[in-house]
Design a protein around this ligand. Structure first.
Ligand code: NAD
Length: 355
C-alpha cells in the first residue's frame, strides 16, 4: 500500500517523539511491503517563529491533501506572551476544525507491567484494562449558541445535536467495537436531557445494523463512578462532546502514565489526525528522556483506522508490550530499581521487537 503521511513535529519534545514513530512506521513498511512518503508541516510555536501565525493556510492544505496526519505536540513558554488568537495551541484547533475531524478516539490501556503506576487498587485492574473513549468533537454545548442577558446577570450555553451528527459518530463507535471486544456503552443523561434521549433513540436504531455488538446505556454520573470502580466493564464508551471531554481525562488518569496515551481524531472517510494526549513537555525538551510510546501507539492507530492495516497496527502494539515486559522504561515510567533508557533507545527497543 502507498501511504502519504503529513508529519507535524511541532515544539518541545514533539520532533524527538515523532522521529521515533517514523522509524517504527518505516520498519513496519519494510517488513510488510508498504511505501510511505512523508511531508513535514510547521505548526505551533515553530510556525509562529517562521510565519507569525500558528498554522498557515498552506500547512493546512498540505495536511488536507495527505491520507493521515501524525502530530507530536505544540506550545511552550517561549510563546506564552503571544496574544490568545496567535497561541501555538490554535494550530490544533485549526487542524481539527479545518480538517472536519468530528470523532475523537482515546484508548486507555493499563499494561500489566505498569499497573503500579495506576492510582487504582490492583484488585480493580487485575487482568488489565483496555477501553476506548469515543467522543463527539464538533457539536454539543461547546459549539451551541452562548450569551448573556442585557444586564449580564444571566448566561446560557445551548446543547444541540442532530440525528445526523449522532449517527455518524455512533457508526464509528460500532465499527471500532467490531474489531475489539464487541461492546458499546452509550454514556448520556437521558433521565434529564432531551439531547441525550435523541442520542439513545438514534444509537439503539443504529445498533440494529451491528447485531453481533452488545450495547448498554449508562448515565454519565454513574459512568464516572464505574470508571474507577470497575473499568473492566467497558470496551467502547461512546459519548457526546462535554461528557467525553471529562470522561476521557478520567479514563486516561486511571492508567497513570501520560507518556503512554495515544489518540485519534477522525471524520467520515478514512482520514485522521493522530497524536499523543500529552503536551510538548518543555521541561524535558532536547534531553532525550521523553517517552515516545504515546506517539508510537498513535502511529499504530493510524495504520488501523486510516489504512485498515490491523495486523501492522497490532505488530506495533505487541512490540510495545514486549519491550515493557522486557523492562524497557523511559524515566517517566521507571520505578525504583529500573534503569531508564532515553527516547531514541526506547524507539530502538520497540523497533527491534516488531515482527
Ligand atoms: P505536558 O503534557 O507537556 O507536560 C506535563 C508533564 O508531563 C511534564 O512534567 C512533562 O515533562 C511530562 N510529560 C509529558 N509528556 C511526556 C512524555 N512523552 N514523556 C515523559 N514525560 C512527559 O503539559 P504542560 O506542561 O501542561 O504543557 C506544556 C505545553 O504543551 C504547553 O504549552 C501546553 O499548552 C502544550 N500542550 C500541548 C498539547 C498538544 O499539543 N496536544 C496538549 C497539552 C498541552
Amino acid at each position: 500500500m502507498d501511504m502519504n503521511i503529513a508529519l507535524v513535529p511541532g515544539d518541545g519534545i514533539g520532533p524527538d517523539i515523532v522521529k521515533e514513530a517514523v522509524r517504527v512506521l518505516d520498519r513496519v513498511a519494510e517488513l510488510y511491503g508498504h511505501r510511505i512518503s512523508y511531508k513535514e508541516i510547521d505548526a505551533g510555536g515553530v510556525s509562529i517563529d517562521k510565519y507569525n501565525v500558528p498554522l498557515t493556510e498552506e500547512a493546512l492544505q498540505t495536511a488536507a491533501s495527505s491520507d493521515a496526519v501524525l502530530l507530536g505536540a505544540v506550545g511552550g513558554p517561549k510563546w506564552d506572551h503571544v496574544p490568545g488568537h496567535l497561541r501555538p495551541e490554535k494550530a490544533l484547533l485549526g487542524l481539527r476544525s479545518g480538517l472536519g475531524l468530528f470523532c475523537n478516539f482515546r484508548p486507555a490501556v493499563i499494561y500489566p507491567e505498569l499497573s503500579a503506576a495506576s492510582p487504582l487498587k490492583p484488585s480493580v485492574i487485575s487482568g488489565g484494562v483496555d477501553l476506548l473513549v469515543v467522543r463527539e468533537l464538533t457539536g454539543g454545548i461547546y459549539f451551541g449558541e452562548k450569551g448573556r442577558n442585557d444586564d449580564g446577570s444571566e448566561a446560557f450555553d445551548v446543547m444541540r445535536y442532530s440525528v445526523k451528527e449522532i449517527e455518524r459518530i455512533a457508526r464509528k463507535a460500532f465499527e471500532a467495537a467490531a474489531i475489539r471486544k464487541k461492546h458499546v456503552t452509550l454514556v448520556d443523561k437521558a433521565n434529564v436531557l432531551e439531547t441525550s434521549r435523541l442520542w439513545r433513540e438514534t444509537v439503539s436504531r443504529i445498533a440494529c445494523d451491528y447485531p453481533d455488538i452488545s450495547v448498554d446505556y449508562m448515565y454519565v454520573d454513574n459512568a464516572s463512578m464505574q470508571l474507577v470502580r470497575d473499568p473492566r466493564h467497558f470496551d467502547v464508551l461512546l459519548t457526546e462532546n462535554m461528557f467525553g471531554d471529562i470522561l476521557s481525562d478520567e479514563a486516561s488518569m486511571i492508567t497513570g502514565s501520560i507518556g503512554m496515551l495515544a489518540s485519534a481524531s477522525l471524520r467520515d472517510d478514512k482520514f485522521g489526525m493522530y497524536e499523543p494526549i500529552h503536551g510538548s513537555a518543555p521541561d524535558i525538551a532536547g534531553m532525550n528522556i521523553a517517552n515516545p510510546i504515546a506517539t508510537i501507539l498513535s502511529a499504530a492507530m493510524m495504520l488501523r483506522y486510516s489504512f485498515s492495516l490491523e495486523n501492522e497496527a497490532k505488530s506495533i502494539e505487541s512490540a510495545v508490550s514486549a519491550a515493557l515486559a522486557d523492562g524497557v522504561r523511559t524515566r517517566d515510567i521507571a520505578t525504583d530499581g529500573d534503569e531508564a533508557v532515553g527516547t531514541a533507545e526506547c524507539g530502538s527497543e520497540i523497533l527491534r521487537r516488531i515482527k
